[in-house]
Design a protein around this ligand. Structure first.
Ligand SMILES: C[S@@+](CC[C@H](N)C(=O)[O-])C[C@H]1O[C@@H](n2cnc3c(N)ncnc32)[C@H](O)[C@@H]1O
Length: 291
């Protein structure tokens, strides 16, 4: 029986995006995402280490890479619940954890914003899984209510676009050729990856959700966005703000993909090196306590 009670969802469109085109893009570029985001996630785990025997909630767990990692840290007496709103991510996460023989993880499909957890956790962790809620205060209040008194929250979120110039530059270059259509049929992922970039907004959301001792630490670790330039160009044309503009523009912009790709090749060139295309990347590692 499911431990997470699910109500109706204001995130229905975002969930369709995550379970559809974004899942496909994450499968394709997983080797870049997990390695690149991996270093930022590890820094979060270093700052707020899960302790042996703890019960941990992994919010927006995706393929469950971090869920498995945390399962190793809490050990056999601890347990990790990975929750994601997109069923295809959870299906993969369950399958991979089973294949790896990890038995102190569970995975559930749930929209955090509308979930009522029938259990309590000592730690809530998220690597890039908290920026896409229609109502982040409601979602993070659910997380806070799922924590025991003195429970900790740690989440990794993108800092400002300008500090993640590979994404921002890809967007501005793409916008020289294609503008985001006013109407589109494709689903979008809600407020988007930079919705927690502003420190005041993010700390305000957490305080409104009932958290205390909110702190944001800047984390700058470069990310390899392609093992070679062609892959970097395909990556930014598939995910992030440039990817979304192109996806929403659909077939109408197909003839512009080649000039966009050429301009991106030029725009990303300064980060091209012998080991691939590696660009500066900046996140907040946000910590907070439940009262
Ligand atoms: C950028 S991915 C990060 C995945 C994973 N944490 C990682 O670091 O590889 C964001 C994840 O959040 C999930 N997500 C988005 N909105 C959600 C919601 N309302 N409730 C639960 N998960 C959500 C998406 O399905 C997606 O798997």
């Amino acid at each position: 029986m499911s431990h997470v009670e699910q109500l109706t969802s204001a995130n229905e469109e975002a969930i369709r995006a995550w379970d559809g085109p974004l899942f496909d893009a994450f499968v394709r570029f997983r080797h870049l995402m997990t390695t690149g985001l991996g270093a930022h996630g590890e820094e979060a785990l270093r700052l707020v280490p899960p302790r042996a025997g703890e019960r941990v909630l992994d919010i927006g767990c995706g393929f469950g890479d971090t869920t498995q990692r945390i399962a190793g840290l809490v050990g056999p007496t601890g347990e990790v619940l990975g929750v994601d709103a997109a069923p295809r991510f959870i299906k993969t996460a369950k399958h991979e954890a089973e294949e790896a023989g990890i038995d102190n993880v569970r995975f559930e499909v749930a929209d955090i914003e509308n979930a009522a957890f029938g259990e309590r956790f000592e730690l809530a962790f998220s690597r890039m899984g908290t920026m896409f809620f229609a109502n982040p205060v409601a979602a993070l209040r659910n997380v806070r209510e799922a924590l025991r008194p003195d429970g900790r929250l740690v989440m990794v979120v993108w800092r400002a676009k300008v500090e993640n110039d590979w994404l921002y530059r890809a967007q501005t270059i793409t916008e020289r050729f294609v503008t985001k259509p006013e109407e589109y049929d494709e689903p979008t992922c809600g407020p988007g990856p930079f919705s927690m970039a502003n420190a005041d907004t993010t700390s305000g959301i957490l305080l409104s959700a009932g958290f205390e001792n909110v702190a944001l630490r800047r984390c700058d670790i470069p990310i390899t966005i392609g093992l070679h330039m062609d892959e970097a160009v395909e990556f930014v044309m598939s995910l992030g703000p440039a990817g979304e503009i192109l996806r929403l523009a659909g077939e109408h912009a197909a003839h512009l993909h080649e000039p966009v790709a050429d301009a991106l090749r030029e725009g990303l060139a300064e980060w091209d090196g012998p080991d691939g295309v590696t660009a500066p990347a900046s996140t907040w590692i946000v910590t907070a306590d439940a009262p």
